[in-house]
Design a protein around this ligand. Structure first.
Ligand code: SAM
Length: 255
C-alpha cells in the first residue's frame, strides 16, 4: 500500500467505527465546536461554498443550519461521503442546500466556481510541502474572482510553541500523528502571498490550546486519563485568544 492508500484506509476505518459522531475526526469535541463557530463567522447567506475533506458532514450540516448557502462537501474517503449523504437526508430545518460527493483536493475539477472554499484539518493529511502547495494552487483555481479560501489547518510552528510551554511543565512533546504532515507556516505564507491579494491569520483557539494542553494535561497526568470536556477546558474555550500557542490556525486568503 502507498502512504496515500494507508491514509485513505485510516479515514475509511474512522468512518466505519464512528459513523456520524464528531469523534470520527477528533477526540476534542470542544475544539470541534470552536472550529465550527470560527468558520460560521466567515460564511454569509447567498454564497457558494466547497468544503474539501468534509469527513462525515457533521460540520456541513451545521453550516447549512445557520446559513442560506449552497454547500458541496467532498472527501476522498467514500465511507465518509456515504455517512455524510445519509445524515443530510434525515436532517430537517436547513436554511441552505447541501450535497456531498467523492473528491480529492489534489484533483479538483471545477475552476472559477466557488465564492468560498474551506479546508479543516484536511491538508495536514497530504504528504509533503509540494502537495500542500499543489492543493492550495488547485483551490485558488476553484475560487471565483475575490473568492475566499478559509484554510483551517495545523502548522509546525504552532506545535513547536505549545511544546515549548509543555516542556516547562515536564510534559512530553505532542507529536504529529503518523498520517499528518503539518504545514510549514513560513513556506506556505511565502507562497500564498504571491497568489492571494489579502492574507490574514486568526489564532482563534490559542488560549484554549494553551490551557487544555498544559493545565488540563497536568490534571490528566494525576487522574490517568485526558478529560477533553473538563471544566477547565470549557472555561478555556470562552477566553479571548492570546498568543500563538495552537497548531491549528484559520488562514483567511482572498483571491
Ligand atoms: C481530520 S479529518 C477532518 C474532517 C472535517 N473537515 C472536520 O473538520 O471534521 C480529515 C478529512 O480529510 C479527508 N482527506 C484526507 N486527504 C484528502 C484528500 N487528498 N482529498 C480530500 N479529502 C481528504 C479525510 O478522509 C478526512 O475525512
Amino acid at each position: 500500500m502507498s502512504k496515500k492508500e494507508e491514509i485513505l484506509h485510516y479515514w475509511n476505518e474512522q468512518a466505519i467505527q464512528y459513523k456520524e459522531s464528531p469523534l470520527a475526526t477528533t477526540p476534542d469535541i470542544i475544539a470541534f465546536e470552536m472550529e465550527i463557530n470560527v468558520i460560521l463567522k466567515e460564511l454569509k447567506d447567498g454564497q457558494t461554498v466547497l468544503n474539501i475533506g468534509c469527513g462525515n458532514g457533521v460540520k456541513d450540516i451545521e453550516y447549512c443550519r445557520h446559513r442560506n448557502i449552497d454547500l458541496k462537501g467532498i472527501d476522498f474517503s467514500q465511507e465518509m461521503i456515504e455517512i455524510a449523504k445519509s445524515q443530510s437526508k434525515i436532517t430537517n430545518e436547513l436554511k441552505g442546500r447541501l450535497q456531498f460527493e467523492h473528491g480529492d483536493v489534489l484533483k479538483l475539477k471545477e475552476p472559477h466556481t466557488y465564492d468560498v472554499v474551506v479546508t479543516n484539518r484536511c491538508l495536514i493529511n497530504l504528504e509533503n510541502d509540494e502537495q500542500h502547495i499543489k492543493a492550495i494552487s488547485n483551490i485558488y483555481d476553484t475560487l471565483v474572482k475575490n473568492g475566499v479560501f478559509l484554510m483551517l489547518e495545523c502548522t509546525q510552528q504552532g506545535l513547536i510553541n505549545i511544546n515549548n510551554v509543555r516542556k516547562e511543565f515536564g510534559l512530553e512533546e505532542i507529536k504529529e500523528r503518523w498520517h499528518n504532515k503539518y504545514l510549514d507556516e513560513d513556506k506556505i505564507l511565502n507562497y500564498v502571498k504571491t497568489k492571494f491579494t489579502s492574507v490574514k491569520v486568526n489564532n482563534f483557539n490559542s488560549t484554549y490550546f494553551l490551557i487544555s494542553r498544559t493545565l488540563n494535561a497536568l490534571m490528566a497526568k494525576q487522574s490517568g486519563e485526558i478529560n477533553y470536556t473538563s471544566d477547565i477546558n470549557q472555561y478555556a474555550s470562552k477566553l479571548p485568544p492570546l498568543g500563538e500557542f495552537a497548531p491549528l490556525k484559520l488562514f483567511i486568503l482572498q483571491k
